[in-house]
Design a protein around this ligand. Sequence first.
Ligand SMILES: CC(C)(C)[C@H](NC(=O)Nc1cc(F)cc(F)c1)C(=O)N(CC(=O)NO)CC1CCCC1
Ligand SMILES: [Zn+2]
Length: 184
Amino acid sequence: VITMKDIVREGAKILRKVTEEVSIPPAAEDVEELQCMLQYLKNSQDPELSQRYRLRPGVGLSANQIGLDKRMFAAYFPDETGESQAYMLINPKIISHSVGMIYLSEGEGCLSVDRSVKGYVPRYQRIKVRAYDPAGKEVVLSFKGYGAIVTQHEIDHLNGIMFYDHINKKHPYLLPSGVPIEAL
Ligand SMILES: CC(C)(C)[C@H](NC(=O)Nc1cc(F)cc(F)c1)C(=O)N(CC(=O)NO)CC1CCCC1
Ligand SMILES: [Zn+2]
């Protein structure tokens, strides 16, 4: 079972590494690790378990956040209907994105960052992602809104990018001009 002690915190080098591609079809070990990551997210969103194990309620977790140098992440978040969707994506790649951008009005946080970093994190409003599922099958998924934000946050981790790298240093609440951008 993954608990908060297994989550690598900022400062660890692996969070700044471009992680290695996973060979396809993924090894049993890769799939097991990915399932553990998804289980963490589910446990963390269960009031009982998150209390008992003191888990921060997570919606996404990348492999390097638990010290694994592998290009894969798990995500578990409610979609528009409120139904939580589970994703386990291997070697994800954004193959296209909207011009329009969005940002969370309350800013972003991170399971690997034990402090609050103020400021807007501009993200693409819609993205199309090509990845492999745990069975090694290629999938192409479209995300918009909150799902697009989570997916971009996780893919950033796999490229050694932290959410605060996107915040304007001098003016944290400044938004990029010249492109449509809206608050979520
Ligand atoms: C950093 C943390 C605050 C724990 C954030 N959780 C979160 O947004 N909780 C949440 C939101 C919901 F809409 C429903 C729900 F059940 C729980 C999170 O997991 N992440 C993931 C992360 O750090 N991945 O590396 C940070 C989010 C910031 C924007 C997208 C993901
Ligand atoms: Zn994060």
